[in-house]
Write a protein that binds this ligand. Structure first.
Ligand code: GDP
Length: 206
């Protein structure tokens, strides 16, 4: 599994500003500071994906990256979803984000898989549980994978088990299947890279 080229395409702010669907797309979502940029860079073997739009707006947009555009059989969109719904933002902004997120989950038929990132040191917080609830409602073709980040910080086997158990309980409590995969990752040690690719490729082929 390799990313040969990756190019920032656009930042979308509403359903009608999304790019025309390609074959398939994969999405990453999580609270700000969860380690999303670091994980996406690790997966893509990049130091940093270039956001042409510049840093400030980045966190409020659905950021579309086109991966492997020179080989149509392996190309796909990687979508970096904003953490805005999680930050300390005014309620109307949060509501707007949730509305866009719901529409996106419901209507974006090219979306194959959602990776929901949760900081492995804290486990799921209230906003994460709300997102679990949202996603539980979209059973159909959509695959959902829970990703625990920064697991290099949880060195003890017991700590790993405990955060996995808690995350699994949160999923079930919010209406998700107990079979949803939970992947342990670390951008610094590259833990979980193969698992992430396995899930992405499985979803892109489906
Ligand atoms: P984002 O806001 O979700 O995109 O998060 P970033 O990728 O910018 O990371 C937020 C902070 O967490 C930064 O200080 C990173 O250095 C740190 N971080 C990210 N991934 C890891 C990881 O795997 N392990 C550790 N220990 N720290 C990480």
């Amino acid at each position: 599994a390799a990313v040969r080229q990756v190019r920032f395409v656009k930042g979308a702010v509403s359903m009608d500003t999304l790019p025309e669907p390609l074959g398939a797309e994969v999405a990453f979502v999580g609270r700000s500071n969860v380690g999303k940029s670091s994980l996406v860079n690790m997966i893509c073997n990049r130091k940093a994906l270039a956001y042409v739009s510049g840093r400030p707006g980045k966190t409020q947009q659905f950021n579309y990256f086109l991966v492997n555009e020179r080989s149509p059989e392996t190309q796909f969109y990687l979508v970096d979803l904003p953490g805005v719904g999680y930050a300390k933002v005014p309620i109307p902004v949060k509501e707007e984000w949730l509305r866009f997120m719901r529409q996106y989950l419901k209507h974006r038929t090219s979306l194959r898989i959602v990776f929901h990132l949760i900081d492995g040191r804290h486990g799921a917080l209230a906003d994460d549980e709300q997102l679990m609830q949202e996603i539980a409602g979209y059973g159909k073709g959509l695959q959902y994978v829970l990703v625990l980040t920064k697991m290099d910080k949880a060195d003890k086997q017991r700590a790993k088990r405990s955060v996995m158990d808690k995350t699994r309980a949160a999923l079930v409590r919010n209406g998700c299947s107990p079979d949803i995969p939970i992947v342990l990752t670390s951008a610094s040690s590259r833990l979980g890279r193969d698992d992430m690719w396995r899930h992405m490729q499985g979803a892109l082929r489906s």
